[in-house]
Ligand binder design. Structure first.
Ligand code: CTP
Ligand code: ZN
Length: 155
């Protein structure tokens, strides 16, 4: 019943539903997924609906596309409490909770231009996750801090 009352966008047939995004986070999720508004898939964004666990939440539904593990890892940085639902033939066949590892390798770049990870040296970027929410990463090589906004800007 409650579900009926709150249904704002249709169930999808095939694709991905990113649910339980903290309010306001959906635009960052679209950015991470490279959704700029001129692709062929149908994308539905719901902002600020009420949620038992979060108070308010955003939802993004991308039809005809299943996220790959690298995309799930990126979402873990921006929306660590989200749930990623893979839908096939109207049924949720997989539910993933993105996991934020203790160390992040190669997904984001260090903001320090002189950092060895930004040089021609073959050093992949590497960060310690010092704090999850608000997100704060520390570069393994130069100790520069990286925060959520720095990361969103990179995608
Ligand atoms: N969903 C959808 N299309 C489908 C199936 C599900 O858009 N064919 C959406 C639902 O509206 C919901 C999300 O995918 O936003 C997860 O669906 P479901 O697992 O059925 O809901 P819950 O059990 O409420 O999920 P959770 O326990 O993760 O809150
Ligand atoms: Zn660095």
């Amino acid at each position: 019943m409650a579900e009926e009352k709150e249904l704002r966008v249709q169930k999808i047939k095939e694709g991905t539903v990113i649910d339980h995004i903290s309010a306001g986070g959906s635009l960052s999720v679209l950015k991470i997924l490279g959704i700029m508004g001129h692709e062929d898939n149908i994308v539905s964004v719901v902002m600020n609906v009420s949620s038992h666990s979060l108070g308010r939440k955003d939802i993004v539904k991308v039809e005809g596309r299943e996220l790959n593990p690298k995309e799930v890892d990126k979402i873990a940085l921006i929306a660590p409490r989200s749930t990623i639902n893979i839908v096939r033939n109207y049924v949720v066949v997989e539910k993933q909770k993105p996991r934020l590892p203790k160390i992040i390798k190669g997904i984001v770049k260090c903001a320090n231009v002189t950092c060895i990870s930004n040089s021609a040296e073959p050093a992949d970027s590497m960060f310690y996750v010092e704090h999850e929410e608000p997100l704060r990463l520390r570069c393994y090589y130069c100790n520069r801090y990286l925060e959520k906004d720095d990361i969103i800007r990179q995608f």
